[in-house]
Design a binder for this molecule. Structure first.
Ligand SMILES: Cc1ncc(COP(=O)(O)O)c(C=O)c1O
Length: 377
């Protein structure tokens, strides 16, 4: 189907860029002797997962139990649910485990560990657990190499139906870096603190086979993955403007975009109005603290060729307001009514979450196929 026949907005995925981005990450991680457990929270699509992974026997990471159900229903068996567990999800976890899905959960505190020990025993169902480590002060996780870590490990080891599988962390602070040196430092820290935590548990007599780390910036800038058994990265497949702003990729590498149409002008202000507002792009303003603030998205032509100094400077629910960077006026004669544009997103996960499918494209102007995706919980 040609673009011209499409109602807008639509979510486009450039499969050539997707393949290149994926190959680059896989080669890097494998060259350093580890393996990928891709995080499918960005893509949430079984079609895309099959395209990238071959089949779903590959280990995967998910961010919701709905994703776990969805991918398990299409054959995935080795799934890490990488958000700290809550008791109200334990029936769901047990149900998946009983369907022969090797689902692993994570936690970072004694209360959750005691809850999981009790709930797994009551269900007489083995539940494997990774202990989450706080390797950078970004979010959750127990203090690395601490007494609390060992106490949690001991509680899980002593549970009749809990299996301490290892440790994990996510170096989310890498998103706050402004230099490559900062990302490299966090990558080394992510590895050393997680590995050190695994070694502490091992010295205390616990097996701890899994050392799981990952974020796209730290994964791509890592120089040493010795001892790291798996790398969980997610946004690397599509990339986005936040990644470009961090120097992880170029805007030209971004595989995801929103197809929009010019619906109006404000000539006195030099504004171009489109039908892609924040509902189409998400409200994510992840580049606002970067050297270049890309507003709600960076604008390309309908074939994905960047126009340079054109961004979505303002967004209402269904209206996007295009200007040059910093709100400077555009020459609106270059944007006739009805013109199709592609807008690159700040945050791929947030933009994709607004849509139920990907329209798969390459460098041409035809839709090659449609890949379904899921949303919600
Ligand atoms: C626990 C966890 N692991 C891995 C990732 C993947 O990070 P990225 O999307 O930067 O690749 C995330 C992303 O939020 C995460 O929360």
């Amino acid at each position: 189907m040609p673009f011209a026949a499409l109602e807008t907005p639509q979510l486009l995925l450039d499969v050539t860029k997707l393949d290149a981005n994926t190959a680059r990450m896989k080669a890097h991680v494998e060259r350093l002797g580890s393996r990928l457990r891709p995080h499918l929270k960005t893509t949430k699509s079984v079609d895309l997962a099959r395209h990238v992974l071959g089949d779903l026997s590959h280990p995967i990471t998910v961010s919701t139990l709905k994703e776990a159900d969805y991918f398990a229903g299409h054959g995935a068996r080795d799934i890490l649910y990488a958000v700290g567990i809550a008791e109200n999800k334990m029936d769901h976890v047990v149900a998946l485990r009983r369907k022969d899905v090797d689902l692993t959960i994570i936690l970072d505190n004694l209360a959750s560990a005691a809850m999981v020990v009790a709930r797994a025993a009551a269900a007489e169902t083995m539940v494997p657990v990774l202990i989450e480590i706080d390797s950078d002060g970004h979010r959750s996780g127990v203090e690395p190499q601490s007494g609390a870590l060992v106490a949690i490990g001991r509680l899980l080891e002593d549970g009749a139906y809990t299996l301490l599988r290892g440790v994990m962390t996510h170096a989310g602070a890498s998103y706050d870096c402004r230099t490559t040196a900062c990302i490299e430092k966090l990558a080394a820290q992510e590895r050393s603190l997680t590995l050190g935590s695994a070694e502490m548990l091992r010295e205390a007599g616990m097996a701890c086979p899994v050392v799981s780390i990952g974020s796209t910036p730290t994964a791509l800038f890592s120089k040493n993955l010795d001892g790291v058994t798996e790398v969980r990265a997610g946004v690397f497949m599509s990339r986005d403007l936040v990644m470009a702003g961090l120097g992880v990729c170029a805007p030209e590498d971004i595989a995801l975009s929103v197809l929009a149409t010019v619906i109006g002008h404000q000539p006195a202000k030099g504004w171009v109005i489109t039908d892609a507002g924040w509902m189409a792009m998400s409200r994510d303003r992840g580049t606002s603290g970067h050297g270049i603030d890309q507003g709600y998205g960076l604008v390309a032509d309908e074939y994905g060729r960047l126009l340079g100094d054109v961004v979505v400077n303002g967004a209402n629910q269904e209206h996007g307001i295009l200007t040059a960077h910093e709100g400077k006026p555009l020459d609106i004669s270059g944007f006739p009514i009805g013109m199709r544009l592609r807008i690159l997103p700040n945050h791929a996960c947030a933009t994709a979450a607004q849509y139920g499918e990907y329209l798969v494209v390459d460098s041409g102007s035809e839709i090659l196929t449609r890949w379904e995706r899921i949303n919600g919980w």
